[in-house]
Design a protein around this ligand. Sequence first.
Ligand SMILES: Cc1cc2nc3c(=O)[nH]c(=O)nc-3n(C[C@H](O)[C@H](O)[C@H](O)COP(=O)(O)O)c2cc1C
Length: 179
Amino acid sequence: MATILLGVTGSIAAYKACELTRLFVKGGHDVHVIMTQAATRFVSPLTFRTISRNPVSVDMFDEPEEWVPGHIALAERGDVLVVAPCTANVTAKLAHGLADDMLTATALATKAPLVIAPAMNTGMWEHPATQANLATLAARGAALIDADTGDLACGVCGKGRMADPQKIFETSLRLLKLL
Ligand SMILES: Cc1cc2nc3c(=O)[nH]c(=O)nc-3n(C[C@H](O)[C@H](O)[C@H](O)COP(=O)(O)O)c2cc1C
């Protein structure tokens, strides 16, 4: 059984992270969901709390149950950090080492391998800034799960759809040598 830190960011694809959570839980893994504030506009923390059977972290300044700050405790517990969906914004923050929320602070503090499943509009995906950020993360050893091409929530057809939850699940377990 692995401890999975699942970062969920402010994309319409956040609903697919519910299915990803379910797959990990069904596989017997301990899932701790960390949401950005924007992610909570798309899916309620209550949904992830219920599916993961664990508390959901959103606010870095919430009073932790132990004296250790929540992001440090999670960073030390995780066997892998999976960010799915990963917005253009969080991709940029991860590439540059920013740590201004629970998810990015945990990402900076953890030694666990990083899996990123980007989801965004085609324009954001193709922007040289995003491509440079993804290349930086890949060069640093992150496992990037390429976005799919298809109908996007913004009404256009193009590249930027988050990969299938099953693919993200399998990639994460393979990285942990559990598959
Ligand atoms: C309906 C809607 C859908 C969005 N979908 C995406 C998306 O798929 N990918 C993305 O990078 N940003 C998307 N955004 C913009 C992000 O929510 C915005 O950049 C936000 O600041 C991201 O915050 P976060 O990265 O901290 O989660 C969307 C915004 C709205 C209103």
